[in-house]
Design a protein around this ligand. Structure first.
Ligand code: F6P
Length: 340
């Protein structure tokens, strides 16, 4: 049996540990693994590399993805899906494992409906895929954010400033909420709930009045400003999955806060720092388990399924169901917002 594996969409810590898990398990099942480079792009213009365990044995702690990644959507090109299916056949791939978030899993699901034998592995720092309690990469991203914010807190406290920290999170505030709680944020802003800049300024002034000269605001990049701007974007174009390039909410907020409160305010964008670097232990373990389970699904002949974590068990779920956005836990957000 020959199994293809690709990683698509934004990278995150842990993809290489998944690949290693797949290759090791494949060896045990007597299957060969072929890496596909740059996500779906590597099946539109074939770019394949056979993977042996010797090649991947030591990559579990390495950030990024050795297979490279892209945001290529075969459904954006006339004849794209047919081309992918043809290239899968030409490469004699019996099955395909797609490591990715909502976009990559969406393509895998559509192609599976057209006959591709696909298995999904959920990957996104945003943690916004349904049917899995958590995605690998999220825990590392939150920890990296907290480490950075601890540093931002000490300089912000010393200068008695308002510090606005922008973290990733396109449509979901999981990172902002977890990082905000863990770093003692006074204001947490998420895409799921529109906010009013005046309310934020009032919260800052109320703290000042209470003798608190430092305020920490953690905002997801996708946080929506009521009435005025919606989401803040840094470019006009959309990617092949229709997503805008977000960025700038922290800067916008800092400017407005400083203008309205006359308090010195700085903004820091953590952005891609949260995606890069080595995975922490939790993500190494989860990614390894998911890679092994994905290969087991292939061996069992169970397709159009995604491996997932439920409680402490690795299970398999319908890919289509996983595509529904995982709604932010509002109880968790309320806990985070108690500390203004
Ligand atoms: O993969 C999800 C994500 O990390 C989002 O949080 C963010 O908006 C986006 O990727 C950024 O993508 P890019 O690397 O293309 O700038």
């Amino acid at each position: 049996m020959r199994v293809g594996v690709l990683s698509g969409g934004g990278d995150c810590a842990g993809i290489n540990a998944v690949i290693r898990g797949i290759v090791k398990r494949a060896e045990i099942h007597g299957a060969d693994v072929v890496g596909i480079r740059r996500g779906w792009a590597g099946l539109m213009e074939p770019d394949l590399v056979p993977l042996s365990y010797g090649m991947v044995e030591d990559i579990f702690a390495v950030g990024g993805t050795i297979l490279l990644t892209s945001r290529t959507n075969p459904y954006k090109k006339e004849g794209g899906p047919e081309l992918v299916m043809k290239n899968v056949n030409d490469a004699r791939l019996d099955a395909l494992i797609a490591i990715g978030g909502e976009d990559t899993q969406g393509v895998a699901h559509k192609l599976a409906e057209e006959g591709l034998k696909a298995v999904g592995v959920p990957k996104t720092i945003d943690n916004d895929l349904s049917e899995t309690d958590v995605t690998f990469g999220f825990d590392t991203a939150v920890n990296v954010a907290v480490d950075a914010i601890d540093r931002i807190r000490s300089t912000g406290t010393s200068h008695e400033r308002v510090m606005v920290v922008e973290v990733m999170g396109r449509d979901a505030g999981w990172i902002a909420t977890h990082a905000g709680i863990a770093s003692g944020a006074h204001v947490i802003l998420v895409p799921e709930q529109e906010f009013d800049i005046d309310d934020v300024c009032q919260a800052v002034l109320a703290r000042r009045k209470a003798g608190k000269n430092f305020t920490l605001i953690v905002a997801a990049e996708g946080a929506r400003v009521k009435m005025k701007h919606g989401q803040v974007t840094s470019a006009q174009e959309l990617d092949q999955f229709g997503h805008p390039k977000l960025g700038g909410i922290g800067h916008l907020l800092a400017g407005e806060i400083e203008r309205a409160t006359k308090l010195e305010t700085r903004d820091v964008v953590l952005g891609h720092i949260l995606r890069g670097g080595p995975p922490l232990a939790f993500d190494r373990v989860l990614a390894t388990r998911l890679g092994v389970a994905a290969m087991d699904l292939v061996a069992e002949g169970k397709f159009d399924r995604m491996v997932a974590l439920k409680g402490n068990a690795v299970v398999d779920v319908d890919i289509g169901e996983a595509l529904k956005p995982k709604v932010l836990d509002t109880d968790l957000l309320s806990v985070g917002r108690m500390f203004s």
